[in-house]
Design a protein around this ligand. Sequence first.
Ligand code: HSE
Length: 445
Amino acid sequence: MIEYRNLRVALLGGGSVGAQVARLLLEQREELANRVGAGLELVGIAVRDVDAERTVDLPRELFTTDAESLILGADVVIELIGGIEPARTYILQAINSGADVVTANKALLALHGPELFAAADQVGAQLNYEAAVAGAIPIVRPLRDSLAGDKVNRILGIVNGTTNFILDRMDADGDTLEEALATATALGYAEADPTADIEGYDAAQKAALLASLAFHTTVPLESVYREGITRVTPQQIESARKAGYVIKLLAICERLTDAATGQEGVSARVYPAFVSRSHPLAAVHGANNAVFVEAEAAGPLMFYGAGAGGVETASAVLGDLVSLARRHVVGGPGFAASSHADLPVLPIDRVTTRYAITLEVTDEPGVLATIAGVFSNRGVSLALVEQSMTPEVSASAGQELVPSTATLVIGTHAATEAALAATVTDLAANSVVTTVASVLRVEGA
Ligand code: HSE
């Protein structure tokens, strides 16, 4: 039997994920060597401050501040620093010095993926990034490898645990967004600055990565339409519930026909949407993540689990490491990023979606017919109407009569943004409508 030399593994970053990767690499040294066919030798951990407190007790001699020397001597570089620079430069240095790379850096890949993949492709290096999307959940390699013979038509992902936790609390406990965010912060789910999560930037980066993989097309981050959850109200959560839905922040990647040209295109978008309570994604609670994939031959598939966390994310990093270390042993170039389909990425106004519109209306004869007429004038077809009554205000002697009102939740069939916007303007101007309380899209079958 051939004995392969140990592969030299350099780790960049000693934070909550990095420290767990180092621990598992050291503790599972023998087992991993058996799986790879060669030893994986952790040669060093580059950090900013070698004396900083760590979440895991690791040999002090492994730590260094000299990332560049570590990279130069490595067969595999694991980048867990995060952010754009110096992570981008380090990854390019690693690739150009002949190393393979594992990264969890979604922001970097969403912005500079094509540059990094091209650099890797040029020298036959492998760049793996399972941990960049949905933490521990295997989804990058399933899309790249397991579904490589299938055609993915749609992905609906709950890929941000902080916002799923917040929306779940609002739904289950009646919290306001501020209350739920305060709990998420106290439990350590939300960052001190939660903007990237609650405004949907984190989910948009993941949507760009998923759409690029699923559709063999480079989907730039700036082409991902994004709305966060900051405008979701308890009233919207309640009206979703009354109509049999739950509100989830979704990353949606979809293959579709361009309404304007009739050509095939793709869309990547992030927004809070109504999801039927019978859809598998409605059962994703707390800070968990799930990615629901609809593939032509495989049908619907759901990948579910922890979307963050040090040791959980470390599992995905180690999986990537073992996978590319095996290739080192058998030889041959790494997988190149696949962008051969090169489909047009459609802006949101060329996408048709379904909507749920919540209206407060006066409860009088003919109101429903008037409302239906507004939709029909704009060519928007109705799929569902749910009405609930506001408790009657009785008029006692001498008091002014307060007209009773009704809440209508109206679900539409697929319509364009333009048709919907015109419908909402007409509704707001109509005298039977007291308030347009909410306009959200509906996703999932
Ligand atoms: N902040 C992310 C989340 C985890 O809340 O899911 C890292 O992507």
